[in-house]
Design a binder for this molecule. Structure first.
Ligand SMILES: *Cc1c(COP(=O)(O)O)cnc(C)c1O
Length: 373
């Protein structure tokens, strides 16, 4: 699908982008110029629409990687005297806990195993037993394992208890359905360089307008103050500080391609095909997935490292890279694993190419026992 000058990125982002997205970065933009202001407005509107937040939420873009948006949302939307219940089943949930620690927001963690979805009933129970909790923070697809968390049920438990929800939708935004108003949630955090197939350098928060307007949090950071960033954009359409101009232009183009593919449904369908071809093919090669199919999101798949002592991940990685495929190391605390992404401008033909390469490399390495040890 993409041109093969560059390696295919079978990773959770940055990921493979189209030639047109790359080409969109080939010009200079004046950040105070009308054309750039219009592009900013167009992208914000489109993202808000994708998040189902028109009329209730606003889109606040931020310079930086996805974590900047997570930190800005927690700092601005959770009041200083608030307390966040963080649902953890991997590194990104743990990262939110660490952010709360650093920015001084009281929090408590509800942790499940890396192969167990966050449990809405346990959320309901905890909220009933601790009335100091004001907010719940959850990860839609925990990229650490690739597990899908039941975000609709978590939202229902949160709202029933009269608390507010923040959703880290980073790894699935644009490919899996999520509706900020229907959930409802006070914030959806995501970035340009995952399922939207833009390039890294821009994150955004879809924030509930009334909540943001109350600027209850009084952000503990100057540059990550979502309220100030929003007021700046609303005042004159301009970014508060130097914007990532080329990154925005790439996202503007990527959003056109997203719409042409049929939006969230179309993109999600291609990723589901990629995921199916990958999982079937890897199983044919003898690999085992870390997650059962029912818990797997079509974003990134974790495989057990083969038990065969001749399997050395670094060697496997380098031989695949030499063939033009970049995969990702595991990030689990519980098991020896590696990951292969299904997202980006790649299709099932690319997946089949990867599977053929993986088969060759395993034969070269003489890895015969490919199931978990
Ligand atoms: C990628 C990702 C983030 C943000 O990571 P950055 O490296 O800061 O872009 C946050 N949460 C999830 C679930 C992610 O997949």
């Amino acid at each position: 699908m993409a041109s093969r000058r560059d390696p295919l990125l079978l990773t959770p982002g940055p990921l493979t982008t189209s030639d047109e997205v790359k080409a969109a970065m080939g010009r200079d933009w004046g950040s105070r110029d009308d054309a750039f202001i219009e592009m900013t407005a167009r992208v914000r509107e489109r993202l808000l629409d994708l998040a189902g937040g028109v009329g209730s939420h606003v889109c606040v873009p931020l310079q930086g990687s996805g974590t900047f948006a997570v930190e800005a949302a927690l700092g601005t939307l959770v009041p200083r005297e608030g307390k966040v219940l963080i649902l953890v089943n991997g590194a990104y949930g743990r990262r939110m806990a660490r952010i709360c620690e650093v920015i001084g927001r009281a929090h408590t963690v509800l942790e499940t195993g890396e192969d167990a979805p966050s449990d809405p009933d346990a959320v309901a129970e905890l909220l009933a037993s601790d009335d100091t909790i004001t907010h719940v923070a959850a990860v839609q697809c925990e990229t650490t394992s690739g597990i899908l968390n039941p975000i609709v049920e978590i939202a229902a438990a949160t709202v029933r208890a009269g608390r507010s929800l923040l959703v880290d939708a980073m790894s699935a935004f644009g490919a899996l359905e999520l509706n900020a108003a229907a959930l409802p949630c006070v914030a959806v955090m995501a970035s340009a360089n995952k399922c939207l197939e833009g390039v890294p350098g821009l994150a955004f928060v879809i924030a509930h307008e009334v909540t943001l307007r109350a600027k209850v949090g009084r952000a503990p950071s100057y540059s990550l103050d979502l309220y100030d960033q929003w007021r700046g954009l609303e005042a004159n359409g301009q970014w508060r500080f130097t914007p990532p101009t080329q990154v925005l232009a790439a996202l503007d183009r990527a959003l056109v391609e997203h719409a042409e593919e049929g939006g969230v449904a179309g993109r999600g369908a291609r990723y589901r095909r990629n995921c199916q071809v990958l999982v079937d093919g890897m199983r044919d090669l003898g690999f085992e997935t870390f997650l059962p199919d029912a818990l797997q999101a079509p974003i990134i798949v974790t495989f057990h490292a083969p038990g065969d002592a001749r399997f050395v991940f670094e060697e496997f990685y380098r031989a695949l890279a030499a063939r033009g495929y970049l995969i990702y190391p595991g990030k689990l605390t519980a098991a020896e694993t590696f990951r292969v992404g299904c997202i980006g401008r790649i299709d099932e033909g690319d997946m089949n190419g990867f599977l053929a390469a993986a088969g060759e490399v395993l034969d070269e390495m003489a890895v015969t026992a490919r199931g978990r040890g």
